[in-house]
Design a protein around this ligand. Structure first.
Ligand SMILES: [Fe+2]
Ligand SMILES: [Fe+2]
Length: 173
């Protein structure tokens, strides 16, 4: 809360990367028509979020910032297995975990931001990211009905460790 400029600037890039990740799944799995449709819609949501965060930053008169990388997502991506079909399952579940954690963080901001408009925006973004988490989980279930749940539990535990070992800094993750 003491450095919202940095949080919003990081958040803008989180939304951009979420759109790019959804589109990257379309590049990898064009034969999965359900995934293509859902990821195209999700990327559309995320690019709208980029617009909304950008407008908030503009209203605040705050400076833009470059994205200097994301250790959090990189640490999770290390656990994505290389071979198919495990790779698809892991990519979907890692994105589900990131969406779920994002929803938590955006919801916390929604409860704490100083102005009504920003609070409303963050509440709506938090609920969108919950929907996205559930889309990734349902694609994971379809991709690997027998194993998705156990693997989801493993990745959730890994994500908890990754976060526990991070310093507290003004970022979404
Ligand atoms: Fe988003
Ligand atoms: Fe999302």
């Amino acid at each position: 809360m003491s450095d919202l400029d940095t949080v919003h600037a990081d958040h803008l890039h989180c939304e951009r990367k979420a759109a790019q990740s959804a589109l990257s799944l379309i590049r990898s799995y064009p034969e999965r028509s359900d995934l293509v449709t859902q990821m195209a819609r999700l990327a559309h949501d995320e690019t709208r979020h980029v617009v909304q965060v950008s407008q908030l930053m503009h209203r605040r008169g705050q400076p833009a910032a470059y994205d200097f990388g994301d250790d959090y997502a990189a640490a999770l991506r290390e656990h994505i297995r290389k071979r198919e079909p495990e790779r698809l399952l892991d990519r979907l579940l890692v994105f589900a975990v990131i969406e779920g954690r994002s929803a938590e963080r955006l919801g916390l901001l929604a409860g704490a931001l100083p102005d009504d408009q920003a609070r409303g925006l963050y509440a709506s973004l938090a609920s969108a990211e919950v929907r996205h988490r559930d889309i990734f989980l349902s694609l994971a279930r379809d991709a690997a009905p027998a194993t998705w749940r156990e693997r989801a539990s493993e990745l959730v535990a890994i994500e908890g460790d990754v976060l526990a070992n991070r310093e507290i800094i003004p970022r979404i993750h």
